[in-house]
Design a protein around this ligand. Structure first.
Ligand SMILES: *[C@@H]1O[C@H](CO)[C@@H](O)[C@H](O)[C@H]1NC(C)=O
Length: 314
């Protein structure tokens, strides 16, 4: 005699409940997080989750533009009164880095917020590019000390070497390369050019690099052209950068909101996501009464295959 239908239903229900319970348990147990394969899924899940949040933020930005514009053409970056925002409020670091976030380099001007330096330090080889040296290299020196596999390439046409933190340390000097050149949106580096401008892609080609783990840029406003050219060149495919520490100089009389907004969106379009920002208070303090034109941002690249995204790096 075949079993009664109600018995079959009950048995199936009990079996499913056990399966679900076990599933639940195995996902929340500590061993789940230790397991390399499953942990990789959790990193991916984290990134997806953050990306969802970030897309919501972009909607919020449009709403804020409608509020103060109503279009981007009318938004003033630094309104003088009765408008409770500045440029920076449209561009908040809403993406959380999935690894340890820490400040590297000196406190005060020169130190930078980074994501997952432990992971980068575990690599046999890694590449740091630094534009804008200005006789201060505490960030690069601390990175090189933390990551013995790293080498740094520095560029600044206004000085002729790294800052003392690097040149006074014989351990670091051999891993730190310097040229008195400028980063630009196009190449102008003939003998008669001053400063000599190189695009980031041309420098990478010159040095034989296909990827930069940590890219620091502090070039007094040159970041607009330089990064536009870089992201345009990589509109297809992945941006060959793991993370970017960028000081942005959005001058009150120069960068219109509309321009800034489009430029920022071009960084987002290639997968750069800001995970940290701080206004440059040192500047605010020195230039009293100026608009808050300078801000530090740190971005991770959420595309490609690198130490911050790679599941095998646990
Ligand atoms: C660079 O900085 C060091 C100390 O931080 C200082 O002694 C030196 O005079 C500076 N050099 C220049 C050219 O400003």
């Amino acid at each position: 005699m075949p079993p009664r239908p109600s018995v079959v239903v009950l048995a199936t229900f009990i079996a499913l409940s056990f399966l679900l319970l076990f599933h639940q348990f195995s996902f929340s147990s500590p061993s789940y997080y230790r397991d390399v394969f499953t942990r990789s899924r959790s990193l991916k899940a984290w990134l997806n989750d953050e990306e969802e949040r970030y897309m919501a933020l972009i909607q919020d930005r449009q709403q804020l533009i409608r509020k103060w514009g109503p279009t981007e053409v009318e938004v003033q970056p630094y309104p003088s009164h009765n408008k409770l925002y500045t440029l920076w409020d449209f561009f908040i670091p809403a993406f959380q880095c999935p690894h340890r976030v820490e400040r590297i380099g000196t406190l005060g001007d020169g130190g930078k917020w980074t994501c997952g330096v432990d992971r980068i330090a575990k690599q046999d080889k890694c590449v740091i590019y630094s534009f804008g040296v200005n006789n201060e290299s505490s960030f690069e020196a601390d990175l090189l000390r933390r990551a013995p596999g790293c080498e740094a390439w520095g560029y600044d046409y206004s000085v002729d070497r790294w800052g003392p933190e690097v040149y006074n340390d014989p351990e670091l000097e051999p891993r730190a390369h310097f040229e008195p050149w400028a980063l630009g949106g196009s190449n102008h580096h003939e003998d008669h050019d001053y400063p000599r401008y190189w695009t980031l892609d041309s420098l990478m080609e010159l040095n034989g690099h296909t990827f930069i783990d940590i890219l620091k840029i502090d070039i007094e406003g040159g970041e607009f052209d330089a990064l536009t050219s870089f992201v345009t060149a990589h509109a297809e495919g992945d941006l060959p950068v793991g993370q970017l520490q960028l000081e942005i100089h959005a001058r009150a009389g120069r960068e219109r909101f509309e321009y800034f907004n489009k430029w920022w969106a071009s960084l987002e379009a290639v997968g750069l996501r800001p995970f940290w920002t701080e206004p440059n208070m040192v500047y605010i303090n020195i230039v009293r009464g100026a608009a808050p034109e300078l801000a530090e941002y740190s971005f991770i690249n959420i595309r490609g295959n690198h130490a911050l995204l790679n599941e095998a790096f646990n």
